[in-house]
Design a protein around this ligand. Structure first.
Ligand code: SAM
Ligand code: SF4
Ligand code: SF4
Length: 343
């Protein structure tokens, strides 16, 4: 009788955290210029985006994903930049949907290109989408994303995703003091009772171009007080360990919201996420200053076992817990940009 043993034991980092989630940035480009992510003053017409030859090909992404899945990754999220500006994205989805071990394949998008792609993405095997929307009035939304897209374009994207079977849709709203906190309640009102789950995200000091200051952060506590005063809330236990959003339900049964308190209540202890940039650098933390060059490995002809061993040893050496040790000083250190590493 033969017994099948796993190729490698499940990867654990120095803090005992397993590797479960992989976020893959497929492009550093975007059709928006959100003030907290790609401020136009920095990402203007002269900004040098990655040349095409430096992007991982779909085959390279699929090969890396398969290696990550062998180490325990079950959830894969495509992100960017704006993932839907990468040409032929449904083809990549089709390839990743076929990777053994990948049980959850999702996409984070600003939504405006969903009416064009939602049906193809679903047919290719995408499971769900998360759509970012920072306000539900055109004026505030336009100031946050610094583009001409109206709120209705994103709402159409959300509808297209639902019609294609990519729901229930989660909505991400980054809250920045003085910019959109007045929309906290109107967004809650708009999405209550729709089956869509609104998640408020504390503004983070990712990258070093957004001029982040602690004073700009509207804390999860403040957000919950604002929503709870109008619509009483009850806590909901996490659906699984390592869930980034803390969940609440409306006491009147109108659904759920989430808060992602990455600044005020860091969750590094449960962080099981690895990130790969569009040019194939592996980052073991959103706030890392440098990555590990997986593209060089793959283009250098690395074998399967060797690739698995390399990923395993990078993960095994991981010690990151940036949000737990954040200070005003660390916030000013150079870090990779969110649009490059993916959210
Ligand atoms: N373009 C897509 C989008 O906006 O959904 C995907 C990439 S975006 C970098 C992923 C997520 O990161 C978005 O929900 C965005 O709002 C969030 N994000 C970007 N910069 C952020 C910041 N400084 N603090 C908190 N969240 C941020
Ligand atoms: Fe683009 Fe998303 Fe960053 Fe906004 S948050 S600039 S939509 S990548
Ligand atoms: Fe994970 Fe780094 Fe965020 Fe902590 S700061 S939760 S280690 S990505």
């Amino acid at each position: 009788m033969t017994t099948q043993l796993p190729v490698l034991p499940a990867a654990r980092d120095t803090r005992g955290r397993a590797l479960h989630d992989l976020r893959i940035s497929v492009t550093d480009r975007c059709n928006f210029r959100c003030v907290y992510c790609m401020p136009r003053a920095v990402f203007g017409p002269d900004h040098a985006f990655l040349p095409r030859a430096e992007l991982l090909t779909f085959e390279e992404i699929a090969r890396l994903t398969a290696a990550f899945a062998r180490l325990g990754v079950e959830k894969v999220r495509l992100t960017g930049g704006e993932p839907l500006v990468r040409r032929e994205l449904p083809e990549l989805v089709r390839m990743l949907a076929g990777v053994p071990g990948v049980r959850d394949l999702t996409l984070t998008t600003n939504g405006v290109l969903l009416p064009r792609y939602a049906a193809d993405l679903k047919a290719a095997g995408l499971h769900r989408v998360t759509v970012s929307l920072d306000a539900d009035d055109d004026d505030t939304f336009g100031r946050m994303n610094d583009s001409r897209a109206p709120v209705s374009a994103v709402l159409e994207g959300i509808r297209a995703a639902e019609e294609a079977g990519l729901g229930p849709v989660k909505i991400n709203m980054v809250v920045k003091r003085g910019w959109n906190e007045h929309a906290i309640l109107s967004m809650a009102r708009r999405f209550r009772g729709t089956g869509r789950v609104l998640r408020y995200i504390e503004y983070m000091d990712v990258g070093h171009t957004n001029g982040w200051r602690l004073d700009d952060v509207v804390s999860a506590e403040e957000i919950l007080e604002t929503v709870g005063a109008a619509f009483p809330l009850e806590p909901v236990p996490p659906a699984y360990s390592g869930e980034v959003a803390t969940r609440y339900r409306y006491a009147d049964g109108a659904g759920e919201i989430g808060v992602i308190a990455s600044v005020s209540k860091p969750f590094c202890g449960d962080c099981t996420r690895a990130r790969v940039s569009a040019d194939g650098q592996l980052y073991t933390c959103l706030f890392a200053t440098s990555g590990h060059d997986l593209r060089a490995l793959v283009r250098g002809g690395v074998g399967h076992d060797e690739l698995d061993a390399a990923l395993n040893s990078i993960w095994a050496a991981r010690d990151d817990r940036y949000s737990e040790i954040r200070t005003a000083e660390t916030a000013q250190l150079p870090k990779v940009e969110m649009s490059y590493i993916g959210g």
